[in-house]
Write a protein that binds this ligand. Sequence first.
Ligand code: DC
Length: 233
Amino acid sequence: MNVPDIIIAVDGFSATGKSSFAKLAATEMSFIYLDSGALYRAVTLFALENSLIAEDGTIDEAGLADALPGLDIHFERTDNGSETHIGSRSVEKAIRGMEVSSHVSPVSAIPFVREFVDGILHEAGKAGRVIMDGRDIGTTVFPDAQVKIFMTADVEIRTQRRYDELKAKGENPDYEEVKKNLLERDYIDSHRETSPLSRAVDSYEMNNSDMTLHEEIVWLRGLLQGKFGILDA
Ligand code: DC
């Protein structure tokens, strides 16, 4: 696709397929794909591994605030995309499990954690030609993004997708637990004080409950053609 050097922000609820869509769109348009949720997940993994989250879920905020400035979280390119790293260690698999999923929303609600992640995202976005997915990309991180997409999907469909994903990764998920986790995260993500998940007024909504990934890309092509008058989008 012959798309100008723009930033595309993709936001939406958990498991709406933002990353699958953004990843494929990036490949089609020769854009860089950035997964902002992976950074919150990596911070959460670090906190879990360093006993900064107690059994009852209480977060040692002072300890985390001390540790964050020295924490090296970054993406490394691989043959088929990129992997999230803490220092030299790939944490791509570890950050996708249920343990991290059940603690990431409270961690990402902490303002200094958001500042830390936003710093990494702003740096990465400088180059342009970026498609970034998350919860507040179009509202807070890149409010001037030229294209903003807000993704939604039926909760049962989202649960089934996340369930299948975990199964494929060798976990043994419980459907109701997966659904509960999604709904809890939706609630915390959209009710926190600092940059809650909300639909940017200038975003285009895509409900992909009944769409294939291919249809989502066709939808994007139509949007870009209409917006930029690109003939070969
Ligand atoms: O997209 P994800 O499910 O991997 O994101 C994990 C969590 O990170 C999500 O529950 C909320 C948080 N998050 C956020 O607060 N802001 C973002 N831009 C991206 C993710």
